[in-house]
Write a protein that binds this ligand. Structure first.
Ligand code: AMP
Length: 283
């Protein structure tokens, strides 16, 4: 496994690999890696000859400076885990390598997709995600991009990014299933900041999303969302930011189940002082 801190040297290495007919799978991350990330690396390794992983805590996607400062960083452990999982190239840059001081980054707009859910609660977040992923794609020019369904709205935003860059035919998008703890809690770098009790409380998110799958035919989306928020907040350990039912493609909230062919449930909630997100397919 080779470690790069500079886009220029990584770019040259990848260009040589492409010239040798090697295919490239790319997994962008912010580090503090867990089995969910490593699933993406292993999936990429199955599909492509070489796997690139980036570890970069992207400042432009954090609307809250305190959240950026608290984001866990575990680079030594991450590199060991990546080597064991089959990554070939790791890009671990400084901010100035991703955003060189004398150049302006490409920016993209995602319209209605970024005005709901995470976009509504974290203004500027998806603009920052689009900015960094566009830059990382230009550096790596992969054949495949691997994303986790855990961040479902991000997957839809980045699908739109590929289209806007006119790279949707050149880069295959692979969306991998959410890896969970045995109690159902979606793995997340942020879980490291939860206590053992917090992790137990947070598992209720998965339980309630699953209950919605059994109950949705008896209730309207608004009624079901009220019930879910009440159930989550009843013990006083969880504070819900949103609990929404949305069309699986454009992510606009549904008022009736028959408005959409496929609906997802998406939730953001606070446990202790950690903000968690999760989602699941309803139908
Ligand atoms: P992050 O480091 O949180 O930015 O995540 C990097 C990539 O890993 C994103 O595509 C995430 O959606 C994905 N990811 C994060 N957590 C999980 C999980 N529990 N299961 C599957 N993929 C995940």
């Amino acid at each position: 496994m080779y470690l790069f801190q500079q886009a220029s040297s990584l770019g040259r290495t990848l260009q040589a690999a492409r010239q040798n007919q090697l295919t490239l799978g790319f997994v962008p991350t912010m580090g503090a890696l867990h089995e969910g990330h490593l699933d993406l690396i292993r999936a990429a390794k199955k599909h492509y000859n070489r796997v690139i992983c980036s570890i970069f805590v992207n400042p432009t996607q954090f609307n809250d400076p305190a959240d950026l400062a608290k984001y866990p960083r575990t680079i030594e452990k991450d590199l060991e885990a990546l080597a064991c999982s089959g990554a070939d190239y790791v890009y671990f840059p400084e901010v100035s390598d991703v955003y060189p001081p004398n150049s302006s980054p490409e920016t993209y707009q995602f319209g209605a997709l970024e005005s709901v859910l995470e976009g509504a609660h974290r203004p500027g977040h998806f603009e920052g995600v689009g900015m960094v992923v566009a830059r990382l794609l230009r550096i790596t020019e992969p054949h495949g991009l691997f994303l986790g369904e855990k961040d479902y709205q991000q997957c839809m935003v980045l699908k739109s990014l590929l289209k806007q860059m006119q790279w949707d035919t050149k880069v295959q998008l692979h969306i991998c299933p959410t890896r969970r703890e045995s109690n159902g809690l979606a793995m997340s770098s942020r879980n490291q900041r939860l206590s053992a009790a917090g992790k137990r409380h947070a598992a209720l998110l998965f339980e309630i999303m699953n209950s919605c799958k059994d109950r949705y035919q008896e209730f309207s989306p608004d009624q079901l969302s009220d019930w879910a928020i009440h159930s989550l907040e009843a013990q006083g350990n969880i504070r819900v930011e949103y609990f929404s039912f949305a069309d699986a493609t454009h992510l606009q909230a549904v008022q009736n189940w028959n408005e959409s062919a496929s609906v997802r449930v998406l939730v953001a909630a606070w446990v202790e002082d950690v903000r968690l997100i999760d989602n699941a397919l309803l139908f």
